[in-house]
Design a protein around this ligand. Structure first.
Ligand SMILES: Cc1cc2nc3c(=O)[nH]c(=O)nc-3n(C[C@H](O)[C@H](O)[C@H](O)COP(=O)(O)OP(=O)(O)OC[C@H]3O[C@@H](n4cnc5c(N)ncnc54)[C@H](O)[C@@H]3O)c2cc1C
Length: 331
């Protein structure tokens, strides 16, 4: 079959690789300038900031096995680091013991590796799926062409994108659209801070309680990341929802103040930039592996499927959901 995959995050790249290995002809469409989706690294003059996913863990044997391969290829390494919980300026040992992995030299590196050998069309946003002669055409918008172009025909289309973005494309499959509506993703405001000198804090990452922030991490403490003093700060889900439409400069100032209060360090940053993730983490996952309608030739996968896990919204869910969908489609 000739299959279009929409989205080149971990789910899209995984399903594309599997389907290609199964003998299908696969084309991946990605709206951004690069692959990896929310497992991304923002490059700056000071170095990269892993401003989306921070690390990943593995519960399932299948994901553990995949990570073992990635480790062997030198794509990911364990991140054993000093993590604490901060509350009202007091730090306590975090006591969460799973093995954490990070791609090197930055989060987006894994997607770049997985994209090798795939036909990935960057800066191509899929606007609609159009049924034509029992096949699919995609209406695709790119910056280089003024009007949407038509791509295809494809025998099947797979959406590997957040539920909120999948729903409008699923108007051609109303039952699937109804499922996507149930699985919303919550937003996350992110602040990237760069400092001239070391902050000399006795930890490299912290869950933050009673604060606008929920998590902070010293990016430069991750293995094989460029040296320096760069911190990524994630606002709490509640604060991000409440301030979703705020002016980015106002958000920057408020989150920078929260960082200073949480850490007790008042050193002024030389770099302070925000990023708003509108769809960051799945709050109400669907309790299935993926969706597939063989008659229509439409599939959906991503981190908003529980895929046999206790929770969702993690890298492992994206991987397992993609794998399940490729297996369901078969050869
Ligand atoms: C702030 C933050 C912190 C996180 N922390 C962690 C963590 O510590 N550990 C963990 O395991 N997980 C974490 N996650 C979640 C993790 O990043 C995701 O679970 C995982 O990356 C999801 O992969 P995906 O392929 O399902 O989706 P995505 O990575 O979102 O990929 C979807 C891709 O589709 C593209 N796209 C969307 N619409 C279209 C369209 N119409 N046409 C073409 N392309 C389109 C997007 O640009 C994107 O590249 C975090 C996420 C965020 C945002």
């Amino acid at each position: 079959m000739h299959i279009a995959v929409v989205g080149a995050g971990l789910a899209g790249l995984t399903v594309a690789r599997q389907l290609q290995a199964q003998g299908h002809h696969v084309t991946v469409y990605e709206k951004s300038r690069g692959v990896s989706g929310r497992m991304s690294t923002r490059q700056t003059e000071l170095g990269g900031f892993d401003h989306g996913a921070q690390y990943f863990t593995a519960q399932s044997d299948r994901f553990k096995k995949e990570i073992a391969d990635w480790k062997k290829f030198g794509w990911v390494v364990p991140w054993s680091t000093r993590l604490v919980t901060l509350e009202n300026g007091v730090s306590t040992s975090a006591g969460r013991s799973s093995i954490r992995y990070v791609p090197v030299p930055g989060m987006s590196a894994l997607g770049k590796q997985l994209a090798h050998g795939l036909d990935v069309r960057l800066e191509q946003q899929v606007l609609a799926l159009i049924e034509h002669d029992k096949k699919w055409l995609l209406s695709v918008q790119s910056d280089t062409v003024a009007i949407p172009a038509s791509a295809g025909p494809f025998d099947a289309v797979i959406l590997a994108i957040p539920a909120n973005q999948a729903e409008p494309l699923l108007s051609v499959a109303p039952l699937m659209a109804k499922q996507a509506v149930k699985a919303r993703l919550s937003p996350c405001w992110t602040l990237m801070l760069g400092f001239q000198t070391s902050l000399d804090l006795p930890y490299d990452g912290a869950w933050v309680n009673q604060s606008r922030l929920g998590w902070i991490a010293r990016d430069t403490a991750k293995p094989m990341h460029r040296a320096g003093e760069r911190w990524v700060c994630h606002a709490s889900p509640a604060w991000s929802v409440e301030h979703l439409e705020d002016d980015p400069e106002r958000v920057r100032d408020k989150l920078a103040k929260a960082f200073h209060e949480a850490t007790g360090s008042w050193v002024q940053p030389i770099h302070a930039v925000t990023h708003r993730w509108r769809f960051a983490q799945a709050v109400h996952p669907l309790n299935v592996d993926c969706l597939w309608n063989a008659k229509q030739g439409i599939g959906v996968c991503g981190d908003w499927f529980a895929a046999g896990q206790d929770g969702a919204g993690r890298v492992e869910n994206a991987f397992l959901s993609a794998l399940a969908l490729a297996k369901t489609i078969g050869t």
